[in-house]
Write a protein that binds this ligand. Structure first.
Ligand code: NAD
Length: 425
């Protein structure tokens, strides 16, 4: 069975869903009798495509396309971010939802996998227009989301303000304040301390654990980071705080390098003020393509999927790749990195810090009892390390990559739940 059997997908644009399917195919031989249920993972449970019409500031009416995909709900409600980006497509949202199923199961969080998005460039809209887009999108997907159904969160192009509008819109529609409908909210609305930093912090924890086991200490290590947003910016800052040297950064508009180490707080301040790293004086501009062959110990792709292509993987001069982004490495590039002995810590483990603290936020909202930041960071460490240990051990036992090991553990959990629940009717 391949994705061409899903009639609603554009066969001319199979990625990134095709990469997700290939990853599932690679894990199937390791699942024993549970492989009987594997087709479950190759078909999203539920797809909602919505029209998002708004009145623009100039009085014209514009329509945008939005999605919410619930890939799998066998282990609990859907959970996954909402992306506002001009390249959002059904295939992309399906793949991102699939990776959420795997990530939540690999970490042992009581969720299925979901994802959403609207195909817009958020930079092309006023704040008032973004609010109207967010509110209409939320109303349209309101029939499938809810604190015990499917819980969105921020992703590329969305942030805590987007979540505040989503929470308010949903609450207005149901007639009571429902703070648990989204995570990644502002603290004043039931958000969690530590959530904004959690994905970057988790990337760092995953890197540190990988380095510990493979003799690549963080202190003094050179780090290159692609994507300088919520994930890449925070990961870079925490690497630096722990004694690493961030020698190269790339965002959508600029690539910069400084072998002596970039001043990350200054770069973050520049990006916050100007919207990108372009024009930052604390490093030299580098050709966009040269970024992929700068020497470093840790390489952190934290922008978008499909960035680490086979061609780039064969030039990479890093010891360890820590995937901050979802799906940054294509399966063919994965094979090249494996042959070249470059360790890859996959997205479904490395960037799971965000959804882990989202889980804490959701639990806190339900109990209306809020934890300290120390408690949150300590619990995050403990869940990430436990998952890392189990996945690392599985990789040793089965002699497979860390990605395949994470997929084995996750698929076992999802498919065992599927089997135990049985098929209805
Ligand atoms: P963001 O919008 O905050 O930042 C994205 C960054 O990537 C920006 O710096 C942007 O300039 C850069 N970028 C975009 N296109 C690029 C390109 N072609 N080349 C180089 N840089 C480019 O988004 P984010 O929340 O940091 O998410 C980044 C990745 O991490 C995504 O894959 C997302 O799905 C994943 N992720 C995010 C979270 C989260 O909590 N925010 C959690 C898990 C995974």
């Amino acid at each position: 069975m391949n994705n061409s059997s899903l009639s609603y997908l554009d066969p001319a644009r199979p990625e990134p869903w095709a990469s997700f399917i290939e990853q599932i195919d690679r894990v199937a031989p390791h699942l024993g009798s549970l492989a009987h249920w594997i087709e479950t993972l190759k078909r999203p449970k539920r797809i909602l495509i919505v029209d998002v019409p708004i009145v623009r500031d100039d009085g014209t009416i514009a329509h945008y396309e939005g999605y919410r995909v619930q890939h799998n709900l066998s282990r609990g409600p859907g959970k996954g971010g909402v992306r506002f980006h001009p390249h959002v497509s059904l295939s992309e949202v399906m793949a991102l939802a699939g990776w959420m199923t795997i990530k939540n199961a690999a970490l042992g969080l009581p969720y299925g996998g979901a994802k959403g998005g609207v195909r817009i460039d958020p930079r092309a809209f006023s704040r008032a227009e973004l609010e109207r887009i967010t509110r209409r999108y939320t109303s349209e997907i309101g029939i499938v989301i809810g604190p015990d159904k499917d819980i969105p969160a921020p992703d590329v192009g969305t942030n805590e303000q987007t979540m505040a509008w989503m929470m308010d819109t949903y609450s207005m529609n149901v007639g009571h304040t429902a703070s648990g409908v989204v995570t990644g909210k502002p603290i004043a609305l039931g958000g969690s301390l530590g959530r904004q930093e959690a994905t970057g912090r988790g990337v760092f924890i995953a890197a540190r654990e990988a380095g510990r086991r493979s003799g690549v200490p963080i202190s003094g290590a050179r780090v290159a980071v692609q994507g300088f947003g919520n994930v890449g910016g925070i990961a870079a800052r925490i690497f630096r705080e722990n004694g690493a040297k961030v020698v190269a950064l790339q965002d959508a508009e600029a690539t910069i390098a400084n072998p002596a180490g970039i001043d990350i707080p200054a770069a973050l301040a520049h990006a916050a003020a100007h919207g990108s790293l372009s024009g930052f004086f604390g490093a030299e501009p580098v050709r966009e393509d040269d970024f992929w062959q700068l020497e470093c110990e840790y390489f952190v792709p934290a922008a978008l999927e499909g960035q680490l292509t086979p061609q780039r993987a064969s030039r990479l001069r890093a010891r360890i790749v820590v995937e901050g982004a979802n799906g940054p490495t294509t399966p063919a590039a994965d094979d090249i990195l494996h042959e070249r002995n470059i360790l890859v810590i996959p997205d479904v483990l490395a960037n799971a810090g965000g959804v882990t603290v989202s889980y804490f936020e959701w639990v806190q909202d339900f109990s209306s009892f809020f934890w300290s930041e120390e408690e949150i960071n300590a619990r995050l460490e403990s869940i990430m390390i436990k998952a890392f240990d189990a996945i690392w051990q599985m990789a040793q036992e089965r002699k497979v990559s860390i990605r395949t090991a994470a997929f084995i553990i996750a698929c076992q959990r999802v498919l065992a739940a599927r089997e135990q629940r049985g098929l209805y009717p």
